[in-house]
Design a protein around this ligand. Structure first.
Ligand code: BGC
Length: 451
């Protein structure tokens, strides 16, 4: 009897009471390639099958088998009381060859979003989360002047197939990570390391966002207006950068100059372009660009192309001037690690300072790799406290999506970083809700209107 009562208690503690989607969006995020398994038509598939690239030689043949088990995963999201799930659709599945949009795959994603909606969960759909069809990569990827048009055609196929079931869209996840890792450091496909190419790619991504945004807005149903945010967003990777030296010293002043370059590149240049239609490059001479780069590009089609801004925030770095590095700066992990909850509020405030359009903010990712689940609940709690501080001093933050719903394939690091609210046993694919997820459930239940 006691056992039954106890079990009932546990079930109750995960009872599904969704927070009101008109007030605050509580959720968790993941991307297709990292969980689905079997995305064999993508550039990442080819990348990860080159020996030595991924830790322990891990690949995504199976990943979490989310492609076949999405209902099971969404049932868990429902039990956690999430009112939003941020997912991505796989471009390489949907458009395996140029111009052919596979109806079976579009139907699959229609089933995915319909399943979420049937559970009272609002789907948030990201179109681009680092991976591409192999053919797109072979056709020059983002260096090609055709790329914005190709991306817009993909956006149109997705938006048409999913209409009217999706009200919240993200065009690009962390465009600057795509540029840095793919075209500056060469650590992600296509493995290019060339600053000038990176600058061109940046412009094409802005144009691609603008072209897709137009299509997505046309395919956002009128009912979307009832949600805390709706329409088109972008998820920017925004770290907190602090000077390694005391800013009162000359070294500290140099660090601050380096930080200005980093912040411009990683967030503010894109955010400005997507609001004003002007992409301003203002990079002083750095080792990668001996003469610096000053250029004002007209990207008029991108003006006012955002309805909200997504902030992906994970950590803080100390920045030191370092002439031997391409960007002229060195990133240092602070003593004790990069976790810095106060940065949540700091990054929201600095994002706001770069808004010329009145755009609400959503924390589109925040999370910690913690296999033992010893720190996750505290991590989320402290970040939410900082977020609460920002909101109480006037910041317009409308949602928080924890990264990630389940453990997943962490790109070049393979499967060992464990970000999930739900643990995956990769041998059996069994899902286990972690204690921190139960904590998150209770927090959401007690804070339906936001942290
Ligand atoms: C990316 C995810 C990644 C996560 C954790 C984010 O920058 O969007 O794909 O798994 O960080 O590293």
């Amino acid at each position: 009897m006691r056992t039954i009562i106890l079990l009932a208690g546990i079930m109750m503690s995960l009872s599904t009471v969704h927070a009101d989607t008109s007030r605050f969006l509580w959720g968790a995020a993941f991307s297709s390639h990292q969980v689905e398994g079997g995305n064999d038509k993508s550039d990442w598939w080819d990348w990860e099958h080159v020996p030595g690239r991924i830790e322990r030689g891990e690949t995504t043949e199976v990943a979490c088998d989310h492609y076949n088990r999405f209902r099971e995963d969404f049932a868990l999201a429902q039990q956690l009381g999430l009112n939003t799930v941020r997912l991505s659709v796989s471009w390489s599945r949907i458009e395996p060859s140029p111009g052919f949009f596979d109806p079976r795959e579009l139907n699959h994603y229609r089933d995915v979003v319909m399943d979420l909606r049937a559970r009272g969960i609002e789907p948030v759909v990201t179109l681009h989360h680092f991976t591409h069809p192999r053919w797109f990569h072979e056709a020059g990827g983002w260096t090609s002047a055709e790329s914005p048009k190709l991306f817009a055609a993909f956006a149109e196929a997705v938006a048409t197939a999913l209409y009217p079931h999706v009200s919240i869209w993200i065009t690009f996840n962390e465009p600057m990570v795509q540029i840095t890792e793919g075209y500056l450091k060469g650590a992600y496909p296509p493995g290019i390391s060339d600053f000038k190419t990176g600058v061109k790619v940046f412009e094409n991504l802005v144009r691609a966002h603008a072209a897709a945004a137009k299509v997505l807005r046309e395919h956002t149903p009128p009912s979307a207006k009832a949600l805390a945010v709706h329409g088109v967003g972008i998820a920017l990777n925004l770290n907190v950068f602090h000077p390694a030296h005391d800013p009162a010293t000359e070294a500290g002043q140099e660090d601050l100059k380096g930080i200005a370059v980093l912040e411009h590149l990683s967030g503010w240049a894109a955010l400005e372009a997507l609001q004003t239609g002007h992409l301003a490059w203002d990079i002083p001479p750095i080792p990668a660009l001996k003469k610096g780069h000053r250029e004002a590009l007209d990207v008029a089609e991108a003006a006012h192309s955002l309805d909200w801004v997504g902030v992906n925030y994970y950590s803080r770095y100390l920045i030191e001037r370092d002439p031997s590095n391409d960007l002229g700066v060195r990133w240092i992990e602070p003593p004790g690690g990069g976790t810095y909850p106060e940065g949540m509020g700091e990054i929201v405030k600095s994002t706001e300072r770069h808004l010329s359009d009145r755009l609400p903010i959503v924390v589109s990712e925040n999370g910690i790799a913690d296999a033992l689940d010893a720190q996750r609940a505290g991590f989320i709690q402290r970040h939410l406290e900082s977020l609460r501080g920002a909101i109480s001093t006037g910041s317009d933050v409308r949602g928080y999506w924890y990264w990630s719903l389940t453990d997943n394939f962490e790109w070049n690091s393979g499967y060992s970083p464990r970000f999930g609210l739900v643990e995956i046993d990769y041998a059996t694919l069994k899902r286990t809700v972690r204690p921190s997820a139960r904590w998150y459930h209770d927090f959401i239940a007690n804070h339906p209107e936001g942290p």
